[in-house]
Design a protein around this ligand. Structure first.
Ligand code: SF4
Length: 246
């Protein structure tokens, strides 16, 4: 019998000390992609139903990685999981990345930027066993690596959150150049796409984040883009893009 594991811990709860608004990486991505979609998703809060089976593989691998980070033997769980989960897990475990010493796993953060908190949960923060470099890791088991990983919002926000929290992570002596962001993609083989960080890159990320948060917070109009950037968007029949670019 096949089973699936429960999801990893829920998004970080935010106990606000002030009146700042709360934004996620997905909000920044949607804002950049299509402001009309942002209006529907985050201003009107139209929550379009999604099929949870689309996320099963990623959810199960992330849960296994959570157990593995605590030193638990996951082999006993594999017999009850789907064959693609077993195969993905075995491929990933044959690579060096899940075996880097773990600093934090499923690390929830609240990054204060301008008048907002950016919130999220980072798959893993680990230390490279040879170089001592801090790796901020995002496992890609279901979805692909972003087309432009150096400037993706996930790269920028997650990197900024870790560097800003060095003290909390008990890494006070590190500087931005001691870290990198890494997408670890698992398909037939495992591929790592590494983005090195330094002070200039960190300041650029913070500037990009602050500028966009400020744009979102002062927005009063949500225009359509010149052409639709998302052919799977559920709002195509109502947003007006068919009239604009038939
Ligand atoms: S269908 Fe395209 S243009 Fe319309 S809201 Fe969605 S992403 Fe934007």
């Amino acid at each position: 019998m096949s089973a699936s594991l429960p999801p990893c811990s829920s998004p970080p709860s935010v106990s606000l000390q002030d009146e700042r608004s709360v934004l996620s990486v997905n909000q920044l991505k949607t804002w950049q992609k299509c402001r009309k979609k942002y209006l529907y998703d985050y201003v009107h809060q139209l929550h379009w139903p999604t099929d949870p089976s689309n996320f099963r593989l990623g959810r199960d691998i992330h849960k296994l990685l959570d157990y593995q980070s605590r030193g638990l033997d996951c082999r006993v769980l594999l017999q009850d999981l789907e064959s693609d989960t077993k195969s993905c897990w075995e491929t990933l475990m044959a690579s060096p990345f899940p075996h880097f010493p773990v600093i934090a796993n499923e690390w929830g953060f609240q990054l204060p930027v301008s008048s907002a908190y950016l919130i999220g949960r980072i798959d893993r923060i680990a230390r490279h066993p040879d170089t001592g470099e801090i790796w901020i890791i995002d496992w890609k088991t279901g979805t692909g690596v972003p087309k432009f990983p150096e400037s993706d919002w996930q790269t920028m926000v997650y990197s900024a959150a870790v560097i800003a929290a060095y003290q909390d992570l008990e890494l006070p002596d590190l500087s931005p150049k001691d870290a990198c962001f890494a997408y670890v993609e698992v398909k037939e083989t495992v591929r790592d796409i590494v983005i090195p960080l330094d002070t200039r890159v960190y300041e650029h990320f913070i500037h990009q984040i602050e500028t966009t948060v400020s744009e979102i917070q002062s927005a009063s109009e949500y225009p359509l883009p010149e052409s639709c950037p998302d052919h799977y968007c559920p709002y195509e029949s109502i947003c007006g893009i068919r009239v604009k670019s038939p």
